[in-house]
Design a protein around this ligand. Structure first.
Ligand code: ZN
Length: 331
């Protein structure tokens, strides 16, 4: 990791403070995102110069593997994706102003998540047209330019309209909401899609970032599980207590994924890949799996591919079966 200090710059609407998530105070952030001075949120490291405030230092580097994906996957001219600090501020406010409808909560319970886990992951039901107008109004202190899902019209900013479904935050290794996925209640085609506004004015595409479940455990963990899907990774992490990475698709982990993991989390030794059983019968998936294994081994990980007994299709289903069985025995 690069320990050379990068300069401090005053936060702006374009790049809000990572702590208070606004640009209302004279908070500052290092250009590489490795530290911030917030005037509102205290830490045990007060600042003695300038306007005061408190230092906040961040472990994981700002660049995440998906930056690589975005560079290769953006052939048409579009608004660049907003800074992670801006996306996190907007998406956090969006989620906190929405509710989780009872049928969505029940569906998450059925997959094995507790109310506490649901609240940490930050799931919400998609807004109606009326709700999304109100939400955009409440975001008037944020710069929405380049935040995927939002776009500019002659009458001001709008959010793309969404069918009824579940909003799924895709969090980086520092638990910041870097993108949102939507799981529509009635799927026409894909089961999940990205909240994106790349075809609209001042809108952007989120790329295909990976999701970190329980990233706070990564600093001391020796093992990480890699699975397909953010929701699945949250369930596996909740039921196993292990940090999990959910890749958006079996081949969307990016060229420097292994090297990035090694650099960011030196204590990690073992990577366990837990893809759905039926996926492994697909030749293309097998190819992607071999590439992932090679990348992780090059980054000096011991790699294992997890298998389990049928009928469970996913590792999340298998873990849930085990938990339910244990409860039955105890009852
Ligand atoms: Zn601040």
């Amino acid at each position: 990791m690069n320990h050379q200090r990068s300069p401090l710059t005053r936060v702006s609407r374009r790049r809000p403070c990572p702590e208070c998530r606004t640009s209302n105070h004279a908070c500052m952030i290092r250009d590489d995102g490795s530290a911030a001075v917030c005037l509102k949120v205290a830490s045990d490291k007060p600042v003695s110069w300038g306007l005061g405030g408190w230092w906040h230092f961040y472990d994981a580097p700002r660049t995440t593997p998906y930056a690589t994906i975005m560079r290769v996957a953006a052939p048409i001219v579009e608004t660049p994706c907003a800074f992670i600090e801006a996306r996190d501020a907007v998406y956090s406010k969006l989620i906190s102003s929405l509710t989780l409808r009872p049928e969505h909560r029940r569906a998450l319970h059925a997959r094995g998540l507790s109310d506490a886990a649901i609240s940490v992951a930050g799931y919400a039901s998609t807004p109606t047209e009326m709700e999304s107008l109100r939400v955009v109004e409440s975001l008037n202190d944020c710069d929405l330019r380049g935040v995927p899902g939002f776009y500019r019209t002659r009458d001001g900013w709008r959010m793309v309209s969404l069918a009824s479904g579940l909003l799924i935050p895709i969090r980086d290794a520092r638990c910041r909401a870097q993108a949102l996925q939507v799981r529509p209640d009635v799927a026409h085609g894909a089961k999940y899609f990205w909240l994106s506004s790349k075809e609209r004015e001042a809108g952007a595409s989120p790329g295909a970032p990976v999701h970190y479940a329980k990233p706070h455990l990564l600093r001391d963990a020796s093992e990480i599980i890699i699975t397909e899907g953010a929701l699945k990774s949250e369930v596996i992490s909740h039921l196993s207590g292990v940090p999990v990475i959910g890749v958006a698709g079996v081949s969307t982990f990016g060229a420097d994924f292994g090297a990035h993991l090694r650099e960011s989390f030196p204590s990690l030794r073992r990577a366990v890949i837990a893809y759905d059983r039926d996926l492994l019968e697909n030749a293309n998936v097998k190819q992607a799996l071999l590439r992932l294994i090679a990348q992780l081994e090059t980054a000096r990980f011991r790699v294992a591919v997890r298998m389990w007994k049928p009928p469970a299709k996913g590792y999340d289903d298998y873990l849930l079966e085990q938990v339910l069985r244990a409860r039955e025995v105890a009852a």
